[in-house]
Design a protein around this ligand. Sequence first.
Ligand code: PMP
Length: 425
Amino acid sequence: MADLIARRRALLGPNVSTFYDDPVHIVRGEDVWMWDAEGRRYLDCYNNVPHVGHCNPRVVQAICRQAATLNTHTRYLHEGILDYVERLTATYDDPLKTAILTCTGSEANDIALRMAEAMTGKRGIIATDATYHGNTTLVSHLSKSNVPEVGFGLGQYVRHVEAPDSYRIPDPDGQRFAAKVQASIDDLDRDGIGFAALIVCPLFLNEGFPAQAEGWLRPAAEAVRRAGGLLICDEVQAGFGRCGSHFWGHQKQGVVPDIVTMGKPMGNGHPVAGLVTRPEIMARFRGSFRYFNTFGGNPVSCAAATAVLEELQEKDLQANAARIGRLAQERLSDLALRYEVIGDVRQSGMVFGAEFVLDRDSKAPAAAYADRAVNRMRQRGIILSKLGRHKNTLKIRPPMPFGEDHLDLLMTTLDAVLAETPVTA
Ligand code: PMP
């Protein structure tokens, strides 16, 4: 283990992050399970890349079959990308019927920002203050924690609004959030930059997945439209049925965005990502930029992505997400009756968790406690993580085939870890 860590540092450089104080050396995966080099099994409760399960046979076979037939760049005619985009856009509301396929979510968000500029002639972008949208020069400026010292001056075009925090700052109908968006629009206008787009993860998954009523994002979307800007929803984490009630997070939020970006789960680990948008936005973008992506939407990527959609639909994994999410909420709420450290329980289908607090009156975040709990879960063979605006929210986001037995093992283990971990700052 120490040898691998040293090689990683020497070959990949310092600060390449791994999970846990004691990183896991994973060598194999199947369904919701992973095995380390010593043959120890882990329950994967934190991975939305193998969305339909690790090494899902349908996806593996689709990749192998297409790789053995043809794989090349994207300048030839091929049915694979067309059949996939037809199938993908069928899951969207009108008028989101055209797509660009890329290799990463970052690229998709980068294109979305360029589309917003092409449509509005303006550059100002509004993002939430604890989010992450990717790693290109342009997109990295959307993360407050990520802004490099030398950034080509792009940071001046970004305004951050406070991410919603349903536990501490009630905003039941989204009006408070919409007012903050409006203030940032005014600020961009005052500074002579002008407003191009609001970009959000519709379920705010990096920010602690606050509890929100259906339609919560509508007032903010209205403010965006009034100002002539675009709404970009980043579904890289929220999409492909994860929230259970809807196939896309923005559908739960009651809005039809101008652009939706996708990634992580789309190819079950094969690097395929992309965006969908309205035909007139696509036409304007194609007219403004000469955009080409060598690998984006190649035949193997499309075979993988098609197999993911087939698997989701045939096994009705969205319904499974809704069912498991409800059960998880019940189990976590039961634990909250016994453990004061659980301040709030939240769930959005197959993403659920709890906010740890030092005491329930002050709601002071117990971030160090969350760290300890996550590391102890790893020691007991359960992979999950914590994050959120206050870095104290247990985030559990298993692959979509996660079942009741898996949930039971997860919750029984969490019970044991909460019992053995003293609550200290
Ligand atoms: N958007 C969100 C919400 C993400 O979580 C991520 C990745 N963590 C990205 C975009 C970037 O995707 P990628 O790493 O594929 O570029």
